[in-house]
Design a protein around this ligand. Sequence first.
Ligand code: PEP
Ligand code: MN
Length: 371
Amino acid sequence: MIVVLHPNVEKTGRAYRVLLEYLERLSGISVRVHDESGATEVITELYLIGDTSKLSSDPIAAFEVVSRVIRVHKEYRILGRHGANDRSLQFTYNGVSFSQDSLHVFAGLCAVDTREHVEQTFRVLREHGQKCARAGAYKPRTSPYSFQGHGVECLPYVFEAAGRNDIRVLAIEVTHDTHIEEITQALEEAGNPTGVMLQIGTRNTQNFELLKAAGKQHRFPILFKRGFGITLEESLNAAEYLASEGNPQVIFCLRGMKSNFADPHRNLVDFAHVSTVKRLTRMPVGIDPSHSVGTRSVAPDGIPELFHATAQGVIAGASLVLVDFHPDAAKALVDGPQALPMEDLRWFLDDVQQAREAYLERRKLVPGAPH
Ligand code: PEP
Ligand code: MN
């Protein structure tokens, strides 16, 4: 059950406290408080966790501060779109705002390999006005003999270089709860020069203990990859673990599905699900064309297939593009064949912008849409 309060309710006010005391006395129910901060108002939502099936909504709706009570039957009750509760989740992290209507590109290294490559990547991103980037430190690899990422060792110089180049949000995959602590500590020690979005990789989509750990912390937003071999419903339920543990600042990222039907691509591109996930849930939806397409191959029109796949996601309303770029892909220790050269960044960003403008124009064609 979700209790939506009137805008800008004072948390120190008597009316709010009376409601909270009432809810907290309900047996078998715990209350999670979440604030949705829009441009002009803050809307507080109270999530009642536990068996709410026998709970009557009328007495709760009668409280002065309550705007409406929504009974949620769906499994993904916080992140889902449920009739009356269909505002896009939105949050601002380290000065960058995310919602179903925003768009940010996170370009950069699949895996941090050398300091120089980190430096070169962030410098070019800064030259192109980018505030977000990717930089993999903990790499889940198919083979135990492959490079596993520099882990905690590289965090100090990655954070320092990010800060110096005005990168505000770095997507960094975590594969264990201790990585969250290591990132927190390294950020503190570096003086918080940048911010981190914790990435949950496709191999960990249903690592429920990791999801609980990521959901319990409120400091970092989460970039959650769709599971590559499970149903969409299962992936959405897994994302809900993050919200049910207390962190609804989640971006759901499509990254292609494992299937031989994808050949010769690495994974079967699933970006037609951008609008589906936006319809079913309130999460911003991202796309990862690099891990979907998996090659730098160029179509006969001169446009790399990776650009084409990206445009397909963006023209459908994606909010985030996670993409591998590398200053010297031949020397990359992970996923070199799919990394785009830094010289292509301007072209890539312009192409994304064109697709974005086409998406916004498409919205104007909707009957009754404002022009
Ligand atoms: C990645 O983005 O580096 C990655 C490993 O992605 P995925 O979990 O989607 O394979
Ligand atoms: Mn990769």
